[in-house]
Write a protein that binds this ligand. Sequence first.
Ligand code: ZN
Ligand code: ZN
Length: 124
Amino acid sequence: MECFAHPNISAVAVCKHCGKAVCHSCVVDAGGSIACSTQCAKEVREHDEMTQRAKKIYGVGETKRKVPSGFVMWFVLGAVFFGWGVYNSVGARSIDWFSLLMGVTFLGLGVFAYIRGRDIGLRV
Ligand SMILES: [Zn+2]
Ligand SMILES: [Zn+2]
C-alpha cells in the first residue's frame, strides 16, 4: 500500500475519516487517531467526540463497566445460588428453598441494578 499523495512511498497508516493511505510525512494527528489532512482531522475529532458521547449514552465501553457494575455480580451470584439450589433439590430429592430463594433474590437485585444503571446511563 502506497501513500495517496506520494506514489513511491509506502503508507504507514490509513485516514480514519476517508480511508486514504498516508505515509509518515502525510500523517495528521487527530487526537490519537490518524487523518490524512487537517480537514479530515477535524472530522475525525468530531466523530471521536460523538462516539465517546454515544458510548456514555448507551452505556458501552468503559462506562458499561462502571454504570451497571453491580448487576453482573448479582446475576452471577443469583445464577450460582439458583444452580446450587436446583442441584441440591435434585440430589436430595427435596426442594432446597433457601438456595432457590437466595438465587431469585440475587437475580431480582441484578434486574434492579441493571434498570437503575441503564436509567443513569440514559440521563447523562
Ligand atoms: Zn482523510
Ligand atoms: Zn505522503
